[in-house]
Design a protein around this ligand. Structure first.
Ligand SMILES: [Fe+2]
Length: 290
């Protein structure tokens, strides 16, 4: 079976990618943020994952309002990035893992999740910026990848409760993969996040702190929120917490918090990175229904 070594939650906003492109790691306004990733690099060096299952939300590069799957999984040998208009350099392609992708797709459909399967898939900044944060170095590609895209753009969105169940199903699917792969789950997005309108720049530190605490000890608590609750409490783009919920649910019941860094503001959002390790290095295969 695949072994889940742990999960990482990280922000993904384009301004981070611009700072990386300009090498602003020691710039006064960025140093504290980037320093928050140093313990993550140490942990990744220790656990040595083979594959990253990256749960993110596409912002219009691969899917647009005319065709918007709720859940989509890539099943390609590689994933290309293209210019999104943010001024970010286009990233080199990321290697895929079609065998694991198809196993996940088949398992999730059998588990009653209707997955859009993508044999071609462009990955946007919500995928490329976290990869550059976690494995820095120009075009460094030490892991294969499986992109899992969750709709946060076109209403209706899947609820936190539904996303939690998806994460549990991903955990079960990985546990039944018949290859000795070491897998890290990455959930990208968040935290407080309102890009436009009269609430632009809205940040709710109290809610962010609560999410950070609950994602470790009691992730099911977060399933009581509706999408409207998340938008009210953390901003319109605060719904990206859904990716954290999927990642966390895949890890099973108990995790150890290895590292947390919360930094406000990055651009006009709250940013965080967390490393959660599965107990004994494996997911416990929780099938506990909500
Ligand atoms: Fe985003």
């Amino acid at each position: 079976m695949a072994k889940i070594v742990g999960g990482i939650a990280t922000s993904h906003i384009p301004s981070i990618g611009k700072a990386i492109a300009r090498g602003l790691y020691d710039d006064a306004s960025w140093k504290d943020f980037f320093d928050g990733y140093k313990p993550v690099h140490q942990w990744l060096d220790q656990v040595q994952p083979d594959v990253a299952v990256v749960i993110y939300n596409d912002h219009g590069l691969n899917f647009f309002l005319d065709k918007m799957p709720t859940f989509a999984i890539g099943a390609a040998p590689e994933y290309r990035n293209e210019d999104e208009g943010w001024g970010l350099p286009v990233a080199a392609p990321f290697p895929g893992d079609p065998e694991l992708s198809w196993h996940l797709i088949e398992s999730l459909v059998a588990d009653e999740f209707d997955i859009t399967m993508c044999q071609e898939m462009l990955v946007d900044h919500a995928f490329t910026v976290p990869m550059a944060l976690l494995w820095p170095g120009k075009n460094r590609r030490p892991v294969r990848t499986v992109p899992v895209s969750i709709n946060t753009v076109q209403i209706p969105l899947a609820t936190p409760a539904r996303c939690f169940k998806l994460g549990q199903a991903i955990g079960r699917a990985l546990a039944s993969f018949n290859k000795n792969e070491r897998v890290v789950l990455v959930g990208t997005g968040g935290l407080s996040h309102q890009l436009d309108g009269t609430r632009a720049g809205f940040i709710n530190k109290k809610f962010d702190r609560m999410c950070i605490e609950k994602i470790v000890k009691d992730p099911q608590f977060l399933t009581r929120f509706s999408i409207a609750d998340l938008i009210r409490e953390s901003g319109a783009q605060g719904v990206e917490l859904l990716m954290w919920i999927v990642m966390r649910a895949a890890l099973g019941d108990q995790v150890s918090e290895i590292h947390t860094s919360y930094h406000v503001p990055v651009s006009n959002t709250a940013a965080a990175v967390m490393v959660l390790e599965t107990q004994n290095g494996v997911n416990n295969g929780s099938t506990d229904p909500l």
